[in-house]
Write a protein that binds this ligand. Structure first.
Ligand SMILES: [Zn+2]
Length: 240
């Protein structure tokens, strides 16, 4: 064999070896890319799981017509102006929300906050009496009253985590509330402060509450953001 031929064979072999090495490298890179995407997939899945409610969080305590306040519930309140009071954990966020609303030229007024069981009883009794005066039987009056005033022991106000907010210039608790600049701002922004519009009118069949566009419930910022973004009510959020 001539030296030239030997050289051609050697170059050919070297080229084949290089191609084989490049091929193997490419395969390894592909595998690595696959394993990265698997890891990414798991991370996304784990994040989605974390976005569900933390059911052990006391701020997510569910109270409604079927679920009375836990017997061992204890309130730690901060006193506000005009005899109002609110849970200590909700207080700084409520204050900030009110201050920011005022900075927008709005006129928020807390017309209801923490209620004792005795006060809730009084409110309920007054509502029942009003219906009885309109000719309803006691049973019918109680049933109708429960749509508008929570039965004592089942009001979120007794948790200390709820506030009714109205505009100073419109304190009528009726449909006109939905159109005030304050309510529009609160519905859009309250989640940033950890508060949710607790009884959206399209969720009445789930919440059991007829209409209360002024009632805001503190659930903490993470849950409020999720509830707002998902367009669900607290009952639905806690089922996740
Ligand atoms: Zn309320």
């Amino acid at each position: 064999m001539g030296k030239q031929i030997q050289a051609v064979i050697l170059i050919g072999a070297a080229a084949l070896l290089m191609m084989a090495i490049l091929f193997l490298q490419a395969q390894q890179q592909e595998k690595a890319a696959d394993s990265i995407s698997v890891v990414k997939g798991e991370t996304i899945e784990r994040q989605a799981q974390q976005e569900g409610p933390d059911k052990s969080d006391p701020l997510l305590t569910l109270v409604n017509f079927e679920r009375p306040i836990p017997e061992d519930w204890k309130v730690d309140l901060v006193q506000l102006d005009h005899g109002q009071s609110i849970d200590r954990r909700a207080y700084p966020n409520l204050q900030k929300m009110i201050n920011d609303a005022r900075d927008q030229g709005l006129d928020p007024l807390i017309c209801s906050s923490y209620r004792t069981n005795a006060f809730q009883k009084q409110l309920f009794h007054e509502q029942v009496t009003a219906y009885q005066n309109r000719g309803l039987s006691k049973k019918e009056a109680e049933k109708e009253a429960a749509v508008w005033v929570a039965v004592p022991g089942t009001s979120e106000h007794q948790l200390g985590l709820a506030v009714d907010l109205v505009s100073l210039s419109n304190q009528n608790l009726n449909h006109s509330q939905e159109n005030t600049a304050l309510q529009k701002w609160l519905m859009k922004n309250s989640w940033k402060y950890g508060f949710i519009l607790r009884y959206p009118s399209d969720k009445s069949s789930i919440t059991g509450i007829g209409y209360e566009p002024w009632h805001y419930r503190y659930v903490g910022k993470k849950a409020a953001k999720a509830i707002y973004e998902q367009g669900v009510c607290l009952e639905e959020y806690l089922q996740k």
